[in-house]
Ligand binder design. Structure first.
Ligand code: ZN
Length: 167
């Protein structure tokens, strides 16, 4: 396994629409392992491939007993709405408040072998998945702020307690 460099928001790769994956060869296993390792090292709960400069539709996420790596993900059902705080490994040091997300979603996509998978998610984990899918469309959390004052510095407590999700 190897750590990959996480790119930050001034890099235009983060603004591209990432490409679908059609060939499921063994090199993807290594890429996924590297992404989990990179995410853990950065104390994140999610990481999308464009964040390591790979413009393909893949993200990984891990929270408690949920651990996912999914290609070509699509939200096929979304219910509810909640405001919450998010951070992003590609926008270090900042957090956004009052970001609107669905509270219950169903995501469909493909696993490492190209087989269809479904991930139901609620609340906090649903927020993580929506944040990651946004990355595949070149969208960052700062685009979802209704008011500029909702962008602020991450507090020391939040950083220490991992009180907000950094993806
Ligand atoms: Zn992010």
């Amino acid at each position: 396994m190897a750590l990959r460099k996480i790119i930050t928001s001034e890099n235009p790769i983060l603004r591209q629409k990432a490409k679908k994956v059609h060939h499921f060869d063994p090199s993807l296993q290594k890429l996924i392992e590297d992404m989990f390792e990179t995410m853990h090292a950065a104390n994140g709960v999610g990481l999308a491939a464009p964040q390591i400069a790979q413009s393909i539709r893949l993200f990984v996420a891990e929270y408690e007993d949920h651990k996912v790596a999914i290609f070509n993900p699509e939200i096929v059902k979304a219910e509810g709405e909640a405001l919450g705080t998010e951070g992003c490994l590609s926008i270090p040091g900042y957090a956004g408040d009052n970001i609107r997300r669905a509270t219950k979603i169903l995501v469909k996509g493909l696993d490492l072998r190209g087989k269809p998978i479904r991930i139901p998610a609620e609340d906090w984990f649903a927020r993580v998945l929506q944040h990651e899918i946004d990355h595949l469309d070149g969208i960052l959390f700062i685009d979802r702020l209704d008011r500029p004052e909702d962008l602020r510095d991450v507090t020391a407590e939040e950083e220490e307690e991992k009180a907000i999700s950094i993806e």
